[in-house]
Design a protein around this ligand. Structure first.
Ligand code: SF4
Ligand code: F3S
Ligand code: FES
Length: 249
């Protein structure tokens, strides 16, 4: 017997913006797929079903299926989000998907966030810098637990690219490091094992490619699937830099 409140499975229509830039004959187009909703279905499950039963050529990326690897970012009804963490039961049955903007398109919903993140990481030197002569004692000194927590909080970034895709500045200027880059700098600035001082960090982001390129549009924090305090970090960096006389340009 059917439970009185059981909902009949809905028919879904998922439209995907498809394009293969490697194929000169490919023209961007919306392609629609119909399927039946299943309990607990995520967009990841739906896309897999489409690929397995209807269209093996559909391109999209997944690794962890658990909101950890950051590879399944896409525009979901126009908003950047992780497909593996998006439950269809919370959505209208007519869903539109498109690849994240800003990043190089590989095909359909698959984009190369890794290339973009690597370039920003290199530009911001996003790795621990030892002091001259490699200060081993400092590198191995116990860290205050609250400070370790604060660093860990910023380290939760999974480099999914959603904040970049949601940012008008990043869409207008390709050299802007985005909230993900500024979060990276905030993270290393906190880390006592890093031998750089505030001036070194501010040199890296004290221009329109960095913190002064941010127009406080706030989309980054709205869409971050890890709920990182991006606004607080950006405001903090900007305030401290302004005090030290860095003014953009
Ligand atoms: Fe993704 Fe958030 Fe990291 Fe941006 S800051 S890349 S939205 S996890
Ligand atoms: Fe972009 Fe976030 Fe600044 S959306 S403009 S980085 S506040
Ligand atoms: Fe890893 Fe979605 S598949 S975050």
């Amino acid at each position: 017997m059917t439970a009185p409140n059981a909902r009949r499975p809905r028919q879904l229509r998922i439209e995907v913006l498809r394009h293969n830039p490697a194929d000169a004959a490919s023209v961007p187009r919306l392609q629609g797929y119909e399927l039946t909703e299943a309990p607990g279905m995520t967009l990841f499950i739906a896309l897999n079903e489409i690929r397995e039963t209807q269209d093996p050529s559909l391109q999209f990326d997944f690794v962890c299926r658990a909101g950890i690897c950051g590879s399944c970012g896409m525009l979901i009804n126009g908003r950047p989000g992780l497909a593996c963490r998006t439950l269809i039961q919370d959505m209208d049955p007519h869903i539109r998907l498109a690849p994240l903007p800003v990043f190089e398109l590989i095909g359909d919903l698959s984009v190369d966030t890794g290339k973009w993140m690597r370039a920003v990481g290199e530009r911001l030197e996003a790795w621990l810098h030892g002091a001259a002569g490699a200060d081993v004692d400092r590198m191995e000194a116990p860290m205050d637990p609250d400070l370790a927590d604060a660093i860990y909080e910023l380290d939760r970034c999974i480099e999914c690219g959603c904040c970049v895709a949601a940012c008008g500045s990043a869409q207008m200027r390709e050299d802007f490091v985005g909230a993900v880059g500024l979060n990276r700098i905030a993270r290393f600035r906190l880390d006592p094992r890093d031998g750089r001082d505030d001036g070194d960090f501010y040199e890296l982001i004290g221009d329109d490619q960095g913190v002064f390129g941010c127009m406080t549009l706030l989309g980054c924090q709205d869409v971050c699937p890890k709920d990182l305090p991006l606004q607080t970090q950006i405001a903090f960096l900007r305030r401290h830099m302004a005090r030290r006389g860095f003014g953009g340009g």
